[in-house]
Ligand binder design. Structure first.
Ligand code: 3PG
Ligand code: MG
Length: 395
């Protein structure tokens, strides 16, 4: 793969696929700017070389036509500030205006294209649409790790129209960091998996059983394991059709010599709300009418010890309903343990989505080794899948 460092962008228009799919609030303010900040090094290198940058991205999941709330124009003020310069904008990602603006682009300038998903052709991986995008630039840079699991027009299909395909710094860093957990990281390696469903993470868990020494399972999905083991889980979230699967994962972990940790106790609630009545009980002893919303203090102690004693840690998914302050304790404790492992010289990778948000909200973003910009893409990579966005760079 060509890298940003090995490529001279002088006099070139770099068409850069980025993942600017960032959360916006009702006033269109960016509530997490991780993905925006991440692209700064790649774009800066292009401009420093004497090239110009054409940025293309999707935002949200529009229904196949323009929708005001998904316009990328909302992020222009942020980008102007970040780059310290004017950001040009084409309000259609293909067509005459985009073409003219791209053609007029001078070295050092940045042009942002409107949301690619305003065309259904983007997600369909339409070849003609990819071709129309490709004419805008001289070289294609893929820096959208967060969308690398999609075989879309701008993330993969477009590659065939370029002689020069360059792997952006974000893409490179994400793959390098993920590979630390999979292959190169020091042992013991520990994966902390949370979130509500086993079905979302089953392939990841299976693949990681060959890579890690410890696997910690918390969050909503732990109740399916508890139920499978014959415990009482009250009305806790669970997947009744995944009980055999849960047992087989426990069996596989044993066969492979991986230590699999499940919660010892839970904080339970009589209602799914922050103000619900709560109490702490042993795992598997949740009374009828109650549900587990967090891990309990014994579990926090156990999980924190395992994490803090690890040399390589992946954390993906919350330990409880951390949006409710009264049930965020377990998730915050894990974040602290990950920080501690890092302070002791260990390596830590925070899988995107909720765990990244938790780490950033606690202000620990700089206290861990790497916060991934990928959610689904990172999980698919950990499943052992080839990501279409990466494959397109390798062809
Ligand atoms: C994401 O946030 O998951 C990526 O930007 C990809 O978006 P998608 O899940 O809508 O394809
Ligand atoms: Mg997604």
């Amino acid at each position: 793969m060509k890298t940003v460092d090995s490529f001279n962008f002088s006099g070139k228009k770099a068409l850069i696929r980025v993942d600017f799919n960032v959360p916006l609030n009702k006033s269109f303010e960016i509530t997490d700017d991780t993905r925006l900040k991440a692209v700064l090094p790649t774009v800066s290198k292009v401009l420093k070389d004497g090239g110009s940058a054409i940025l293309m991205s999707h935002l949200g999941r529009p229904k196949g036509g323009p929708e005001e709330k998904y316009s990328l124009k909302h992020i222009i003020p942020y980008l102007s500030k970040m780059f310290g310069q004017e950001i040009l904008f084409a309000d259609d990602c293909i067509g005459a205006d985009a073409k003219a603006k791209a053609a007029a682009l001078k070295p050092g300038q940045v042009l942002l294209l409107e949301n690619l998903r305003f065309y259904p052709e983007e997600e369909k991986g339409d070849v003609e649409f990819a071709k129309k995008l490709s004419v805008l630039g001289d070289v294609w840079v893929n820096d959208a790790f967060g969308t690398a699991h999609r075989a879309h027009a701008s993330t993969a299909v477009i590659g065939q129209f370029f002689k020069d395909k360059v792997c952006g710094y974000v893409m490179q860093a994400e793959l390098d960091n993920a590979n630390k957990l999979l292959t190169s990281g020091e042992k013991p390696r520990t994966a902390v998996m949370g979130g509500s469903k086993i079905s979302d993470k089953i392939l990841v868990i299976e693949n990681l059983l060959d890579k890690v020494d410890n696997l910690i399972i918390g969050g909503g999905m732990s109740y399916t394991f508890t139920k499978a083991l014959g415990g009482k889980i009250g009305k806790s979230i669970n997947e009744p059709d995944k009980l055999d699967l849960a047992l087989s994962l426990l069996e596989k972990a044993k066969t492979k010599g991986v230590k699999l940790y499940l919660p010892l106790d839970n904080i339970i609630a009589d209602d799914f709300s922050n103000d619900a009545k709560r109490q702490t009980v042993k795992t598997g002893e949740i009374p009828d009418g109650w549900e587990g919303l967090d891990i309990g203090p014994e579990t926090v102690k156990l999980f924190s010890e395992v994490v803090a004693g690890s040399k390589t840690v992946l954390w993906n998914g919350p330990m409880g309903v951390f949006e409710f302050a009264n049930f965020a304790t377990g998730t915050i404790a894990i974040a602290k343990a990950v920080k501690e492992a890092t302070q002791k010289g260990g390596y830590s990778l925070i899988g995107g989505g909720d765990s990244a948000a938790a780490i950033n909200n606690l202000g620990f973003g700089n206290d861990v080794s790497y916060v991934s910009t990928g959610g689904g893409a990172l999980l698919e990579y950990f499943e052992g899948k080839t990501l279409p966005g990466v494959a397109a760079l390798e062809k």
